[in-house]
Design a protein around this ligand. Structure first.
Ligand SMILES: [Zn+2]
Length: 178
């Protein structure tokens, strides 16, 4: 059986993801108030990195990425080493969603999404992606873009999370390990 997604490229996935993003309307203004701060998410914290490969975990260890793990809980609940590795894009189960895409093509898809979000009126989300793509080198751009898309997948006006998930997981191996 031919994998129907075999012809996917980062650009076609970005197209698919953006096609399902509605235009921002006054009715949807509330969404735009809920844009978390990407620099905050990417600040180093303990338990923010994968104990196996050293990559920044999705959400930087600050959003619940595994069940029963809430950093902002009143009592500190420390995730186990297993839970941390499990939530890693490379060492956890999400890696099965990854495709072997060229890093430059993934970053290019990010720029396309930033443009599309601005065009549809989602300025704060577009700004978040642009901040990610302004990091000093390709690997750090990949890291920040993966984090931005993770946040967008959770809180943004995204309706197609399959395409986004493939992009996020595919960015994983390109992220720096320290
Ligand atoms: Zn890892």
């Amino acid at each position: 059986m031919i994998d129907p997604r075999v012809d996917d490229t980062p650009r076609s996935l970005a197209h698919a993801a953006m096609a399902r993003v509605p235009r921002r309307t006054p009715w949807r203004w509330l969404w735009s108030k809920r844009v978390p701060s990407l620099p905050e998410i990417m600040k180093e914290v303990s338990d923010g990195r994968c104990p196996r490969c050293g990559r920044l975990l999705p959400g930087g260890g600050k959003i619940p990425s595994v069940k029963s793990y809430f950093v902002y809980a009143t009592l500190p609940i420390h995730p186990s080493r297993y839970e941390l590795i499990h939530s890693c894009l490379v060492d956890g189960p999400r890696q099965k969603n990854a495709r072997d895409f060229d890093e430059r093509e993934l970053l290019d898809a990010g720029r396309f999404m930033a443009d599309e979000l601005a065009r549809k009126g989602w300025k704060p989300w577009s700004k978040m992606l642009r901040w990610a793509l302004a990091r000093p080198d390709d690997d750090h751009q990949a890291e920040a873009l993966a984090q931005a898309l993770e946040v967008f997948e959770r809180w943004g006006p995204a309706n197609d999370t399959d395409a986004l998930e493939t992009l996020i997981a595919s960015l994983g191996p390109h992220c720096p390990t320290s």
